[in-house]
Design a protein around this ligand. Structure first.
Ligand code: FES
Length: 364
């Protein structure tokens, strides 16, 4: 509702006395003049602006669809570049989709929408029927002046852009939450296989996969691992295998050496360490973050996500935090050439709990 009532009157009502008792404290500066814009007087200019708006919204639509199509068509899991490219395409789709809508909204409000300003004086909380009728009229006027009713193409483009903009966010989310994966893939890691050239011969004649430093892939001799040193380790030759990133995420291991006299070792794990060199899965058993902060003095390994703490001297049992299970231990020894090798895969599924985990462990 347009009004000439001075805004100073509103200030006066906040005082203790009546409106008549309290003088206006500020002069009402009034409203600035409303310059007429080209689109206000020239229908051709208005049409041109409308086309520009449709173009911006079409860019938004194309970007949203392109982001989803790009994300779906780039296979992830082969190389790190794939992951980066997929994320980049998805982010570009989402960003350009929202940018198109944002630019269109600003352009529309500056060029096509009414630029008249309205001042609504304060009223009693309860609105009279006349005021309500006025409000309805204002809304109808706003709709009319925005031009949305007269411009069906623009309306359609706006609805289309707004409806599709969330797609780059929603579709991948639904895709990730849909259980299309086979949970048995989590039951085993690359430590359980020994492709040619990646293993060493154990004294009993069997083969074990060699341990290699990550990321430089160096083989490790027992003598390289001094008391308190910390290694991030992956299976030797893993980068040659399919789904390298997935396999690495499951198999990555933290290795250190503790004086054997300080180790608590249960009878069935007596030969799982080599002269105090111990290796545990780096995948936190809480929700899967990489445990990484090693405290040499206490032998505690801390997960930075929610502070679960594991005692490596006591088979990586949980001493603090929300994790409920110890970190799985990788049984290791040295091969006939003196390199550290895994005796076998982990004896349980690595990582956090999930529905089928117990069944998977029973069927190992
Ligand atoms: S993921 Fe490690 S404590 Fe939560």
């Amino acid at each position: 509702m347009s009004t000439d009532r001075p805004t100073g009157e509103l200030t006066a009502r906040e005082g203790a006395g009546t409106v008549a008792d309290v003088p206006d404290r500020f002069e009402n500066p009034g409203l600035p003049a409303h310059p007429e814009r080209l689109a206000d007087r020239d229908p051709k200019a208005a049409k041109r602006v409308e086309r520009q708006l449709v173009l911006l919204l079409l860019i938004s639509i194309v970007a949203s669809i392109g982001g989803v199509v790009g994300w779906a068509s780039i296979p992830v899991g082969t190389t790190l570049m794939d992951v980066r490219l997929s994320t980049l395409v998805l982010g570009l789709g989402l960003g350009l989709g929202l940018l198109g809508i944002g630019l269109a909204a600003v352009h529309w409000s500056k060029t096509l929408m009414s630029n008249k300003e309205y001042v609504e004086a304060r009223k009693p909380t309860y609105s009279s029927p006349e005021v309500r009728a006025e409000a309805v009229e204002m809304i109808e006027t706003g709709i009319e002046e925005s031009g949305i009713a007269r411009r069906p193409v623009l309306k359609g483009a706006l609805v289309g852009a707004a409806a599709l903009a969330p797609l780059p966010f929603v579709v991948p989310l639904v895709g990730e939450l849909t259980p299309t994966w086979d949970s048995r893939r989590f039951a085993h890691t690359a430590w359980g296989r020994v492709p040619e050239g990646s293993g060493g011969r154990l004294p009993d004649g069997s083969m074990g996969r060699r341990l290699a430093t990550d990321p430089d892939g160096r083989l490790i001799r027992a003598a390289d691992v001094t008391n308190g040193s910390a290694f991030q380790v992956i299976p030797h030759g893993l980068e040659e295998e399919e789904h390298y990133l997935e396999e690495k995420a499951k198999a990555v291991v933290f290795m250190t050496r503790i004086d054997p006299s300080e180790l608590k070792v249960s009878p069935e794990r007596r030969d799982w360490h080599y002269d105090g060199i111990i290796a545990f899965s780096k995948v936190c058993t809480h929700v899967g973050c990489p445990v990484a902060l090693y405290e040499q003095q206490t032998h505690h390994l801390l997960c930075p996500c929610h502070q679960s703490t594991f005692d490596l001297a006591d088979e990586a049992k949980v001493v603090f935090g929300p994790a409920k299970r110890a970190l799985p231990q990788l049984p290791i020894t040295v091969d006939t050439e003196g390199y550290l090798v895994a005796r076998s895969d982990f004896h349980e599924t690595v990582g956090p709990s999930f529905w089928e985990r117990e069944r998977l462990d029973e069927n190992r």
